[in-house]
Design a protein. Sequence first.
Length: 307
Amino acid sequence: MTKIVTLTMNPALDIATSTDRIVPEHKLRCDQPRYDPGGGGINVARAVHSLGVDALAVFPAGGAAGEMIRHLLDEEQVDHVAVPISGFTRESLNVVERASGRQYRFILPGPEIGSADQQRCLDRLAAALPEAAYVVASGSLPLGVSDDFYSRVAALANRHGKRLVLDTSGPALKNAGDGMYLLKPSLSELESLAGHPLHSEREQDEAARQLVAQGRCDIVVVSLGARGAILASRDGTERLPAIPVSAKNAVGAGDSMLAGIVVALTRGFSLREAVRFGIAAGTAALLAAGTQLCRLSDVERLYRQAR
């Protein structure tokens, strides 16, 4: 079994474009837009597929944006199960100001998803679990979904003997429960879980170790951006460096990093090397334009460079 199954409860149709200069109250003439299927788990599935491993994306979808996401995933040949809902799937807009190179990201809220539709998403996820090597739940939770939703996903994965990888933030992360295989918080998210700022490397390492000691998960990978990542497990804590590049944009870097880690684990990499491969995948996404994700050729080249 090498299929990686992802769950995205708050998908988005990502739209990327650019304009000369962003000026208030003016009509801003933009370039032709690029459309991509988005949302944490969907991005992970797309990146997994681009890295040569089978993926299945499970997500709720409604309205024209939901249909567009399905169409785009079909074009990329990414397997997916779209659970129909009555609400309208959200859109997000990424605009680059060419004069300054600044990037502006406008994230709209998702639709309200009722309990019946939530259960249908869990049922479709459960149906996909027999063929899953790993389950990746990623992204924010939309309106109507309780903060402890990911604890239900963790319980479902554990009942089926599957390893759950979680990447979320805020109350959804705090209330995600225990028994996960891998958590991938950012430093600010780690501080939120700790309940206080983490000023030193020692404090950061200890906070990551505590998540493992408390039984929240077996592994913690803290993404530190340009400073690399912290890897914490029962074997201890280690810091892995970033790979320096000239970044074009940061959209999808975290999702690509997570995809790289899980893909490497399915290929039998050691945990340390899997995180290195994930860092390479996240770095590769920085080289892409608009809302594109990592490319296999870039990931392999950067991974060799990192080693």
